[in-house]
Design a protein around this ligand. Structure first.
Ligand code: ADP
Length: 475
């Protein structure tokens, strides 16, 4: 593969066989290589090995684990350029975004290396004189993850880092579209000195089989999933059988609100970053824009100008900020949502065309109403629908009128309004005067049907720990 200096990162590539999985560049449809396919028996064997490896790993100290994770962090940063190229080749996002994701993905390794040292228990004042009460926190065991293609590294490290820091082993099935990044990160873990079988990558096109296997396996104590709400529901249902702990990072329908007292230029900048990052393919992407009547025309005009300047193309090319959509299915969905919106009365202010291959013009729609289908569905593509509003109370109602509750954004300079609105939004995350809010130090996650659990921050570690209460009697 062109210009990858650390070829060991691609040691996952195998010969083409009837069962191996092709990895395709979404920018040009070319096959980049093939990775192995693992059948059910192979995955079961790997889970058994991960189970054995976890027992020794849990006996190491948090500091010993941290030392390996810090080396792993450094290796990701040392190989940032190669990892970014691999990511852009298989996922399509612009190289600058891929570099950013490598650093963001690596930050979880550094953060949880330290956070693992703070898995504190408690000593609790006793109500009975002859007893002493304490808690300790222990790794849940083998943790399994199913991850999506939109953040091929970060969605793995955000789960693997707390799992490994807590003393768990970790088995992951990356999305079939982006296995190279997953294997590259695992190779760097090996180079950092992570013992065998603690970070296991399995690849297959049979996601349903893996989902069932992970959920039903009595040897896996925890499932962490990032992906669509629909698949999250399936995994939760399947996990009921073994009463497994679950973390779910599911779909979103983020409102992006521009109040009449907003800094419009700042709002435009945030709107571009929030909406068009990764060509609109993130679960925290602004999905619907509510703009106050008094500033609607100004915002729409400035936003349209900024969007018309975005360069579309192969993410490896200089200056490109909109890469291809991940596959034909994604392009068809974007096209369908756009057509429905136009049929329901929306006007295309800029963009609106599907281009050759898997490219789609960044698009702004005006004259959209809150009840339009494009406002109700997660778009996951580069379309920004603009809706007018005139009062705060009805705005809050519209913003909360969804089954989702992941990210939300609003722009205002009024401190009273900032607190009032931030508290009234039924979302796990609120960006105020900021369009990109993810960081390893803050808890990422949703409410309502956007998920369960938090990733990053101190809360991220809790997801991989059990609390054990120890009662000392007869004192
Ligand atoms: P997206 O629309 O982002 O691809 P999905 O929820 O379909 O979201 O996919 C996210 C991850 O879930 C991918 O790794 C995919 O292979 C996996 N997946 C899809 N369907 C299932 C299923 N029925 N059981 C388990 N995993 C699944």
């Amino acid at each position: 593969m062109e210009n990858i200096s650390n070829m060991s990162l691609l040691s996952c590539l195998v010969e083409q066989t009837a069962s191996s999985i092709p990895v395709v560049n979404p920018a040009n449809g070319q096959t980049l290589g093939f990775v192995a396919t693992h059948d059910k028996l192979a995955i079961e064997n790997k889970i058994q090995k991960a189970k054995t490896a976890q027992k020794s790993w849990a006996k190491t100290t948090a500091k010993q684990r941290a030392d390996i994770m810090q080396r792993w962090y450094q290796l990701l940063m040392d190989n940032q350029e190669d990892l970014a190229r691999i990511m852009t080749l298989e996922q399509g996002k612009p190289l600058a975004e891929s570099r950013g994701e490598v650093a963001y993905g690596a930050s979880f390794l550094q953060w949880f290396a330290e956070e693992g040292k703070r898995a504190y228990g408690e000593t609790i004042p006793t109500p009975l004189a002859d007893r002493r009460i304490m808690t300790i926190r222990q790794p849940v065991g083998v943790a399994a993850a199913i991850t999506p293609w939109n953040f091929p590294i970060a969605m793995i490290t955000r789960k693997a880092a707390p799992a490994l820091a807590a003393g768990c082993s970790f088995v992951v099935k990356p999305a079939v579209q982006t296995p190279l990044s997953a294997y590259a990160v695992a190779e760097l873990a090996r180079q950092a000195g992570l013992p065998d079988d603690l970070l296991v990558v399995v690849t297959t096109e049979d996601a349903v089989m893996v989902g069932e296997l992970f959920c039903q396996s009595p040897d896996i104590q925890k499932i962490s999933f990032t992906g669509s709400t629909n698949v999250g529901r399936i995994l939760m249902r399947q996990s009921a059988e073994t009463v497994k702990r679950v973390s779910m990072e599911l779909g979103g329908n983020a409102p992006f609100v521009v109040f009449d007292d907003a800094d419009i230029d700042l709002a435009v900048k945030g709107a571009i970053a929030s909406k068009f990052r990764n060509a609109g393919q993130t679960c925290v992407c602004a999905n619907r824009f509510y703009v106050h009547d008094a500033v609607y025309d100004e915002f729409a005009e400035k936003f349209a100008k900024a969007v018309s300047e975005l360069k579309i193309g192969d993410g490896l090319e200089d200056g490109v900020s909109i890469g291809p959509l991940i596959d034909d299915k994604a392009k068809e969905k974007t096209q369908r949502l756009l057509q429905d919106a136009v049929n329901e009365g929306a006007t295309i202010a800029v963009g609106g065309k599907a281009l050759e291959g898997q490219f789609f013009e960044p698009t702004i729609l005006t004259n959209v109403s809150h009840t339009n289908s494009i406002v109700q569905e997660e778009i996951f593509g580069p379309i920004a629908p603009l809706i007018r509003f005139s009062d705060e109370a009805s705005l809050i109602e519209m913003a909360n009128d969804t089954i989702y509750g992941l990210a939300s954004y609003f722009y205002s300079k009024d401190i009273n309004r900032i607190f009032r609105v931030a508290e009234a939004l039924d979302y796990g995350m609120v960006g105020v005067n900021e369009g990109v809010i993810s960081t390893e130090v803050a808890p990422f996650g949703g409410v309502k049907q956007s998920g369960i659990g938090r990733e990053g921050a101190s809360q991220g570690l809790d997801e991989y720990l059990n609390t054990k209460y120890i009662c000392l009697g007869g004192m």
